[in-house]
Design a protein around this ligand. Structure first.
Ligand SMILES: Cc1ncc(COP(=O)(O)O)c(C=O)c1O
Length: 382
């Protein structure tokens, strides 16, 4: 099967890593939330994945962590000998106040990715099916498949947006969970909040809804209307957020989900009680609600994104109308060549397979990085 990874591959690749062996396609699968194209499978088996490269392949924030976060991390080191039980509770209270829910509705993980994995395990073990639009961030569905579930996918609409009407009608009696990602990765597109809200209300009557909001803070503050407002009245809903994107803490690993305590109990069973480190908690606390840093990131990201979209317009290449730090467009030549020639010039991107075609997924770096990328991409595809 093209987009799946087996548990055997996972363990084999983990062993290969610890034994210092070469990078295999299976290892790449496990490292990168599963490659989503044949081009990546073929290419990353050969790539060294190191060196001074411009990383436009993981939707990271090139401006983070903030100065406040860095200072807090240094200060937190003196507590590095202590489990962070108290600090975790403090962060939980701050996040609960920000989200307007009781702290019992919050569960933290080492990145929201850990919680996506745990949710995939918890619901995948029940068998049945998990449902999402595709392409989207596949981690939860990959884990559900590794357990016992099948993954049903519906296409995006012609504008490369999540099609919530189609998604709702694809729910059947075997659907254990439906995954919504708004704004979506790899497209960066956002769907009107009222549409997602009524979808979540309707779908949650039939199955669990997982609303991934990893990129919500890229929207202007007045538009950041989270599904969290539904959580207390809708017991069948999980909303996830992360400090990895707008806050620029991807390498420190902290994210959380908001859901009814019974749901958190079920998901929490498959993780450690405390997987978030003192340093990550300190950085998250210092970053939470740092409007200046978020505003700076949003503004610089929009300018840098325009460098890329202006280029795509000039070349008449169709692209997803991203509001975040990633966008998707059809690969103008074969994906493996694009990956290798760009890497030779110092740029890393991703290639995804969708509808029998290859697509370039490019994260937004700084303005200078995007100018350099556009030049390199133009040479490679000339
Ligand atoms: C939609 C989405 N959700 C979740 C994640 C996981 O991020 P993290 O584990 O760093 O919180 C990502 C990472 O790229 C993502 O794109």
């Amino acid at each position: 099967m093209k987009n799946s990874i087996s548990r055997r591959d996972w363990f084999k690749s983990t062993l290969a890593l610890t034994a210092g062996m070469t990078i295999t396609p299976a290892l790449v699968n496990s490292l990168m939330a599963a490659p989503v194209s044949d081009a990546e499978r073929a290419y990353f088996g050969l790539s060294k994945l190191n060196g001074a490269k411009v990383r436009l392949n993981s939707n990271e924030n090139p401006y983070g962590p903030s100065e406040k976060a860095k200072k807090a991390v240094v200060q937190s080191l003196t507590m590095g000998n202590r489990y962070a039980f108290n600090e975790m509770e403090e962060l939980k209270k701050l996040v609960a106040a920000k989200e307007g829910v009781d702290p019992s509705f919050i569960l933290f993980g080492a990145g929201s990715g850990e919680l996506l994995c745990q949710t995939g395990i918890a619901y995948g073990l029940e068998g049945g099916r998990v449902l999402s639009a595709y392409p989207t961030f596949p981690l939860l569905m990959n884990y559900a498949q590794m357990m016992n579930a099948a993954w049903d996918k519906v296409d995006l609409n012609e504008k490369l947006e999540f099609d919530y009407e189609k998604l709702l009608s694809a729910i059947n009696t075997d659907t254990r969970l439906v995954f919504s990602c708004n704004p979506n990765n790899p497209t960066g597109t956002v769907v009107n909040i009222d549409t997602v809200k009524s979808f979540s209300e309707e779908a949650s009557k039939k199955t669990l809804v997982y609303a991934d909001e990893a990129y919500i803070e890229f929207l202007e503050p007045a538009q950041q209307k989270s599904m969290v407002s539904l959580v207390e009245s809708v017991p069948n809903l999980i909303v996830s957020k992360t400090f990895s994107k707008i806050y620029g803490l991807a390498g420190l690993r902290v994210g959380y989900i908001v859901a009814h305590p019974d749901v958190l109990k079920k998901v929490g069973m498959y993780g450690d009680t405390i997987s978030v480190s003192q340093t990550a908690i300190a950085a998250a606390k210092a970053s939470l609600g740092d409007e200046d840093f978020m505003k700076m990131t949003r503004e610089k990201n929009a300018v840098a994104r325009k460098v890329l979209t202006d280029y795509l317009e000039r070349k008449k290449i169709f692209y997803s109308k991203s509001v975040t730090n990633v966008l998707l467009f059809p690969a103008p030549m074969d994906g493996k060549t694009i990956l290798s020639k760009l890497e030779e010039r110092g740029y890393l991107i991703r290639v995804w397979d969708y509808q029998e075609k290859e697509w370039c997924r490019v994260s937004i770096g700084t303005v200078d990085e995007m100018k350099g990328f556009v030049k390199a991409f133009d040479e490679v595809t000339a």
